[in-house]
Design a protein around this ligand. Sequence first.
Ligand SMILES: CSC[C@H]1O[C@@H](n2cnc3c(O)ncnc32)[C@H](O)[C@@H]1O
Ligand SMILES: [Zn+2]
Length: 451
Amino acid sequence: MGDTMETKNILIKNATILNPKSAEKDNIESFKGDLLIENDKIAEISKKNEELINSKGVEKIIDGKNKILMPGLINTHTHISMNLLRGLADDMALDEWLNNHIWPTEAGLNGEYCYDGALLAITEMIKSGTTTFNDMYFFMEDVAKAVNESGIRGCLSYGMIDFGDEEKRENEFKENIKLIKNCNDTAEGRIKTFFGPHATFTASKELLERVRYEANKYNVGIHIHMNETKKEIEDVKEATGKLPFEYLEDIGFLNSDVLAAHGVWLSKEEIEIIKKRDVKISHNPCSNMKLASGIAPVQELLSKNVCVGLGTDSVASNNNLDMFEEMKFASLLQKVNNMNPESLNSNQTIKMATINGANALNLEKEVGSIEIGKKADLILIDNKSVNLNPMSEKISSNLVYAANGSNVNTTICNGKILMEDKKLITLNESKIIEKANKSIKELKEIREESK
Ligand SMILES: CSC[C@H]1O[C@@H](n2cnc3c(O)ncnc32)[C@H](O)[C@@H]1O
Ligand SMILES: [Zn+2]
């Protein structure tokens, strides 16, 4: 990481601080004040009129006037190297999209392409206020390199698919375990690793059972796609005689360390299983709408105290990584689905994108809220932006219904400034875009040649 990122103590002055701390209540505390970052952590928070933070030893002051200071956003489900595949195949359902377009193109991937796609995605995330993402893909040590260099926080899993093939299964475990051994807790603790069985329709029972065993052994979480489409439910029912969550419950897979992406088609019984096992759900409204997969019962899950975070899925089914857009779609989708304008209000939605995301990734002691002792993963939003004026008195309303990622002015992760006043510190945006365009061109040529 470059020298410019090595700032030790930072004082953010006169900001409007928004703290989605309380996961139980629907209100979100906000106040005018200062915040001191020492090294990688939040050291002090002072409300205006309280004793001022002693600025001795502070090496950098950021003017927070006319800015909202909030926790960095947490994207709980994505495949960031797929940023190369943006717009590759639109306007079709998951099955056709994966089998006829995405998987044949992914067959030509290598570590360099995945690194280029990851850097492109990380640039987009830093610019739009995401400081933590949860990723499942291939060539994950190359993704880890991009995380390390950029300064962002990432939970990484290798996507395991065996389709019942024993040799393939062995390889998938070798890859995921290598990732865990080489990368867990690296990059000053910004990288955590998970097991990543792709889904119940691509991973065998043997693979899933061993994932549970190895996850316990290595003390890491599990990231899996679940109950995304109706077709998936029918296929799993035909293959196992059970609904996907019932099947996983029967084989002893489910636990509080499981993060299930999507959870669109859930029976009452499956919701009870999710609750009982404290399984975490990542809701991906844009991807679910674009692939016409369906609408997840988010309001119902939240009302049963299930932890639901927010994710974008990849840009190949979204088609961007803007978590502000994702918040707005999440909230509006629940309202129209329940025919109830009170569904998923703006406070609940912000919690999903922050503290719930942290909880879902077992990072709630480190990130997701503004608290002394937590990691300084913070963003500043420009209140002077035209689309945020006149300012609603309710800050969460502005952030969920009016804002978008381009309103992010400054992004800080692990106490390091990654973007200040819209200027990227650790990454060279134009070079990254140029290289990514070269890589996708080559990847498309490889695909053509293989036809
Ligand atoms: C084995 S690595 C991850 C694997 O998942 C594919 N993928 C991307 N989006 C989705 C989705 O919405 N449902 C299921 N699988 C998805 C991706 O292309 C990789 O092959
Ligand atoms: Zn996915």
